[in-house]
Design a protein around this ligand. Sequence first.
Ligand code: C2E
Ligand code: MG
Length: 512
Amino acid sequence: MGYVIFVIIVGLVLAVGYLYYQLRLQRHYYEYKADKMDSLETSLKEEQEQHKITLNKLNKVAYINPISKIGNLDYFINEACNQFFDGENTPFTLLVFNISNMGTVNKLFGPTEGDKVIIYSATCLRRIGQNQRFLYAHLYSNLFGALLRTNDRDAIIALTQEITAALQGYNDSFALEPSFGICEITDIEVPVLDLINQAMLAQNLNKNKKECNYNFYTKELNKNFTENKGMSQEMEQAMEQHKFLMYLQPMVDLRTFKISSAEALVRWDHPEKGILSPYAFLPLFEGTSVIEKLDYYMWEECCKTIRRWIDNKIEPTPISMNISPIHFQSLKFITQLNTLTEHYLIDKNLLILELPERGIASGSAEVINIIKTLHENGYILSIDNFGSMYSPLNLMRDLPIASIKIDRSFLNKNTTSDEGLTILRYLIAMAKEVDLSVHVEGVETEEQANFLAEIGADVAQGYFFSKPIDLREFDALNKTMINSVYKSDEYYPTFEDLEKDLDLIDYLLKQA
Ligand code: C2E
Ligand code: MG
């Protein structure tokens, strides 16, 4: 009996021990599991944190403007679509603004000051935007945008005034001048980029307004925009059909009063509107690829003309070609020019490239590089419309520029008063000091021509000598002005004659 009890007790002890052991094992297991879970959770959290940081960094790169440190265009579009246009029936307004006198800031104080203006503008916009809870961004370049949940015109105008006042705090001696374009949104299905374009169309109208710095977008504006879009297609077709004509305006040497070169100026032979001046179409396409194509077209016309003169044993007249500022973004156009001169076997010093003052006034490293490369390639360089932006002559001194072409408006302004005449005299003297040849455009009277010759200008261009004329007229005028070279009884085919000859040959070949 005692033995049985002993066995039972031992059995019980063993069972309890086993149970205890199992329980400990399980506890360890759970503790181990909990520990593992904890560490897994921690590493997951760390990973998530890391992921967040990476995402933030990526977002910063993708959505934050590196200069102003506020959202960029992509951020604006994304936020507008995902957060703002939330299906509620709220009216919206999109507003854009830029600093209209940014060019002057860059010119007077340099690009670093330009960056400071951008940062300051972004800071003002952020402060006002956070207070009034609207979406804001630095869209690109010098353009800012805001999207508001209202279409209350008074409130919007008040906002433009608040931003204007804030920007005035930048500097006591220099006022930043914002220019606003406003687009009331009636249909949120319209893509945000189109809305921005509409606001910019409205903003463009401020250029000719002094009284206020904002403008509302209207359907009428869109009509013009669509018409312009249509015109752009029309222009491309016109180029293919050769409807753009090269007119030449003689440039006269003020010592000999003979033609020394000629400026190539474009005209559009429009089927309904007749011969159109560049003022009727160039401004519409300023900064677009249409202008790039048109420039290339005109450069080719110039090369063809020089080739024709050479082939006809006529002393070629150097031609001045206009280069639009859009080309100053890369060296691509230099390759295009080289291709043309190689194709038509033209000596590069027969081409004078007119670089508009507004395109080079920044004096940036890129612009300087372009000017130096053009010079190294053998082109003659001239600064067009000099005096329209008051660039310092010093800028030209360090660059391989052959001449400046004094702007027509500068001549007009300065030939009506004694003070103006003195300014002109000094400008020409100073240009001579830095070895620049001086060309003057817009010479309309004999008096102006004589005065300019007297004060040392080298070349004059203007209605007094001749308006821009077509190739046939130019050839005729050139004949009379270079009598010494021209023999009156010599057969002297024009480009059109040659084309007619080629047509005739073509016709005869087909008949044969
Ligand atoms: P710009 O290069 O300053 O050309 C001179 C402009 O002044 C020409 O106007 C010419 O006709 C005009 N002009 C010349 N002499 C006189 C004068 O005595 N009195 C007056 N009132 N005007 C005079 P146009 O031909 O209408 O050209 C206007 C502008 O259009 C040019 O100014 C140039 O910036 C641009 N442009 C013309 N053709 C081309 C081209 O083929 N390519 C590019 N990129 N721009 C061109
Ligand atoms: Mg010109």
